[in-house]
Design a protein around this ligand. Structure first.
Ligand code: ATP
Ligand code: MG
Length: 441
């Protein structure tokens, strides 16, 4: 039960650090204001009002008693009373009190008035809203009633509104000041998160400058140190690999030349096809290593890009269903390369390729279907591994390196996207690529 309650409260609370911190600052202020207001209303406002109302009712009672005892000069007594107490009094004869009840049950003023009148008079009626800033009070007397028009400030003290203003205005000011400070405190954390996300996707992070409170700044410094170390490590590795690939090309060219001198044509043919395969591997690797680091993110039209790629193939067996214009932010050349690799596979392993693009709430989805042999479910993970080929005799194994899918998935992931394999409607392979609209946080 407590777990459920806990979860409910957690769902209710804001998720972002800024709003959480704001809540931590604002809640005590608001609670304090409420407590002060309640205490003020109860002990000061309501009690003062009660005293004032009691005094007024006492005066009225005194007046009615005096009126009762006066034999001759009732009018001048009435005038004297109304002048002295700053209210209007009138005796209305031969009329009964109105029946309808005008009392507002939730108004503290009405409640106090009712209580005080009840304990002093048997028959009364009052209305606190019809006449502005005054109370219309009627009290039964002999065959008619007295009508008193009493200014409201006789029964209530008007400082409540000013008090309300004084209590809410500073609260607002405090919250606004907290808002400004908190924004400045959370910005460095957001920047750090953005930089980490960017770095995690393999994008270039320009010089990261840590800022904010000491602890956050320290986290920033540590992140930057780690980033630089990883970058150095990656660069070293890829420089070494591309160095090896580059250096291997020279002896490979020499081998190719020497192959022509071999007399046995059978052996020469086999060797030269192996050499070709090695050359392709090296070229692919070099191309991949060089394209990776150079490109910058840009916003582009994905629909146009795909239409152009298909056009370049000049292949009737590639069909497409592309209706809407879809935009995304990313590295254009890498994405071209990724889609090329996927279409290449379709062309290589199947007869017909169908490309379809669509949009979901967060992702652009590119679906590439073919009618080839497809891939066994248990191989779905393996085919993304570098240099992995399911069947060496399958397709044109001479031109296969086994890098296509691993490069494609690497590119997709570096854009914060995802790739899945499935069966296509024509029993071949369906590759679904998801790219988020924006690749930053
Ligand atoms: N559309 C497809 N239909 C059937 N099998 C496929 C398809 N695409 C890939 N495969 C299988 O997955 C393996 C890995 O594909 P990948 O693209 O990584 O390498 P490759 O096509 O063999 O070589 P490369 O693309 O580097 O020239 C392929 O060898 C092939 O067996
Ligand atoms: Mg391939």
């Amino acid at each position: 039960m407590f777990y459920g309650l806990n979860k409910f409260i957690k769902n209710l609370l804001p998720k972002q650090l800024f709003y959480r911190a704001l809540l931590i600052v604002a809640t005590p202020i608001i609670i304090l204001q409420i407590i002060i207001s309640v205490v003020f209303f109860d002990s000061l406002w309501i009690k003062t009002n009660k005293g004032m109302t009691r005094a007024l009712v006492g005066e009225i009672k005194f007046f009615i008693d005096a009126y009762d005892n006066e034999q001759y000069n009732k009018d001048s007594l009435t005038k004297l009373f109304s002048d002295a107490h700053n209210l209007k009094v009138e005796y209305v004869s031969n009329k009964i009190l109105p029946k309808n009840d005008q009392e507002r049950w939730f108004s503290p003023m009405d409640r106090t008035l009712r209580r005080e009148l009840k304990s002093n008079f048997a028959n009364y009626w009052f209305d606190t809203i019809s006449i502005q800033e005054s109370i219309d009070l009627k009290i039964k007397y002999s065959n008619g009633y007295f009508q008193f028009i009493v200014p409201k400030d006789r029964v209530t003290n008007s400082s409540a509104r000013i008090f309300g203003l004084w209590i809410t205005l500073p609260a607002f000011l405090l919250i606004i000041i907290a808002l400004i400070f908190l924004k400045n405190q959370t910005r460095p954390i957001i920047n750090l998160a953005k930089a980490s996300a960017k770095f995690g996707r393999g994008e270039n992070v320009d010089e990261f400058r840590p800022s904010g409170a000491l602890e956050i700044r320290q986290a920033g410094y540590e992140f930057d140190k780690m980033r630089k170390r990883i970058m150095r490590h990656l660069n070293q590795r890829s420089e070494m690999l591309s160095g090896i690939s580059h250096d291997l090309r020279t002896p490979l060219t020499r081998i190719k030349l020497q192959l022509t001198f071999i007399k046995d044509k059978e052996i020469s043919k086999k060797l030269s096809s192996d050499v070709q395969e090695m050359e392709k591997m090296l070229n692919e690797y070099l191309q991949f290593a060089s394209s990776r680091s150079l490109e910058q993110n840009e916003k582009f039209n994905l629909t146009d890009l795909i239409i152009n790629i298909i056009k370049k193939y000049e292949n009737k067996s590639i069909t497409s269903e592309i209706n809407e214009n879809i935009f995304m932010t990313g590295r254009k050349n890498l994405i071209t390369r990724c889609i090329n690799n996927l279409i290449d596979n379709g062309v290589k392993y199947a007869n017909k390729v169908h490309i379809h693009i669509s949009k979901s709430s967060n992702y652009n989805i590119i679906t590439i279907d073919d009618d080839g042999p497809g891939i066994d479910k248990k191989e779905y993970e393996n085919v993304f591994r570098p240099f992995y080929k399911i069947n060496r005799s399958r397709g044109d194994s001479k031109s296969s390196v086994g890098l296509g899918l691993s490069i494609a998935s690497d590119i997709i992931r570096s854009h914060g996207g995802n790739v899945t394999l499935d069966k296509s409607p024509t029993k071949g392979l369906r590759v679904k690529v998801f790219f988020p609209f924006e690749t930053f946080l």
